[in-house]
Design a protein around this ligand. Structure first.
Ligand code: GAL
Length: 417
């Protein structure tokens, strides 16, 4: 009788201890990896961080610089190998289902069901956030890459208007250079050149060709005449940049535009965040318009946070609730330059470029001209994207024959698929 009692007591104590350990393992911190290191990116992220603070969570920040996120993904590989994953990590496009497939990601299904995310997140984003019916990631905002950002004072001084065709852009660049300004601010990092390529491909072939080539990966489209033209555009853009362009960070390129050194930058609308941080206003100090030949069409990338397999479920759920909060999405995206991932966030407080982005996205969805960004992981799986980005980056830096570059692109993708 006594022995039985002891056994029960021992069982009770060990269960209580196990519970205590679990509670201790789940502390009130959230370990976050991301690549938002520019001024506006940091300011936008602070909205989320402050909200987590209000919810009683400490923020362990893992910023890894490098736009597009390749260096951050390398950090994740190291941390996974050391069995020390972060709790959440900024993720884009096809990398999310790939991480889900290899067991790296957990989910926030219960919260998503409770809050009805299925109804407020557009299917184009759900395609990446949700895998095999699990919400593995939380979508925060939508960026567009086929933008040009221009210094209005230079445009006024030289009596320039947004170019309607690529040829017009080329002759404008000539005028700008002769007036002593750099036509195009650019940073020679492969992902930035790949961002120009997003627009060039859409410009030469339209959304249908963009899909055939960069999304369906049709070898003929990848290696053919139209693709050759996209590389020709890239070669022309190369003539518009200054000699000091190699390795320049994208936000320094943006600062060349607002400091009136360069006339334009072709970049996703995270550049808008930097203009706003510099207290520049759209329509007054800077202009936003579409890369010629891509008006109306919308090349998108969505920032999401992947939920990793850690013991911090309570913190992850709080983080996901914060990221999906309407007020947080409004504030965050206004600072970041993107538009909200939720379709029910009011757009009244967004500036004219933000409103245009939302209107164009809705129109592009209707006309089937909304396409995923190649440069930012929404067109093809990461292995193919990395190989193709290398071809594009090399061509931009070293030059060569556009026809050969198109062949190399097709070959690199075929090998990596
Ligand atoms: C993109 C990301 C944007 C922005 C950009 C430059 O991949 O989606 O939010 O951060 O890189 O850092």
């Amino acid at each position: 009788m006594m022995q039985k009692h002891h056994k029960r007591l021992a069982l009770f104590i060990s269960l209580a201890l196990a519970g205590l350990c679990q509670a201790q393992a789940q502390d009130k911190t959230i370990d976050v990896v991301h690549w938002w290191t520019s001024g506006s990116e940091g300011a936008a992220l602070k909205v989320l961080r402050d909200d987590m603070g209000k919810r009683g969570f400490q923020w362990k920040d893992g910023a890894v610089s490098g736009g597009g996120g390749e260096p951050a993904r390398a950090v994740l590989r190291t941390r996974l190998a050391a069995n020390n994953p972060p709790d959440v990590m900024q993720m884009i496009g096809f990398s999310i289902p790939a991480y889900a497939d290899d067991g790296t990601l957990g989910n926030v299904d219960a919260l998503a069901a409770e809050q009805g995310w299925d109804k407020v997140v557009p299917p184009q984003l759900q395609k990446f956030a949700k895998h095999k019916n699990h919400w593995n990631a939380v979508p925060l905002g939508v960026h567009r890459t086929n933008w040009i950002w221009a210094n209005k004072a230079i445009f006024d001084e030289l009596k320039l208007a947004p170019p309607k065709t690529f040829e017009e852009l080329v002759s404008m660049a000539d005028k700008i250079r002769k007036a002593g300004y750099i036509p195009l601010a650019h940073g020679g990092q492969a992902w930035q050149s790949a961002t120009l390529f997003d627009s060039a491909v859409l410009s030469v072939g339209g959304a249908k060709f963009y899909k055939e080539a960069l999304i369906d990966l049709d070898p003929k489209a990848l290696s053919g005449k139209t693709m050759e033209k996209a590389f020709e555009q890239l070669a022309q853009l190369r003539t518009m940049v200054d000699p000091a362009y190699p390795n320049r960070e994208w936000n320094f390129a943006t600062s060349m535009v607002y400091h009136k050194k360069a006339a334009m930058q072709i970049m996703g609308d995270w550049a808008k965040g930097e203009f706003e941080k510099a207290r520049m206003k759209p329509g007054t100090d800077y202009l936003c318009f579409q890369y010629p030949g891509t008006d109306g069409a919308f090349i998108f990338g969505a920032d999401q946070f992947g939920i990793l397999n850690t013991k911090q479920q309570a913190a992850q759920v709080a983080f996901a609730s914060a990221a999906m909060d309407k007020g947080v999405q409004e504030k965050f995206n206004i600072i970041k330059g993107s538009i909200p991932a939720r379709t029910d966030v009011p757009m009244d407080n967004f500036d004219s470029c933000g409103k245009k982005s939302m209107a164009d996205m809705k129109q592009a969805i209707k006309s089937n001209t909304m396409v995923g960004s190649f440069a930012h992981g929404h067109a093809m799986r990461d292995t193919a994207k990395v190989a193709a980005t290398e071809v594009v980056g090399k061509f931009f830096d070293k030059g060569g024959s556009p026809a050969e570059a198109a062949q190399q692109l097709a070959a690199a993708i075929a090998k990596a698929k």
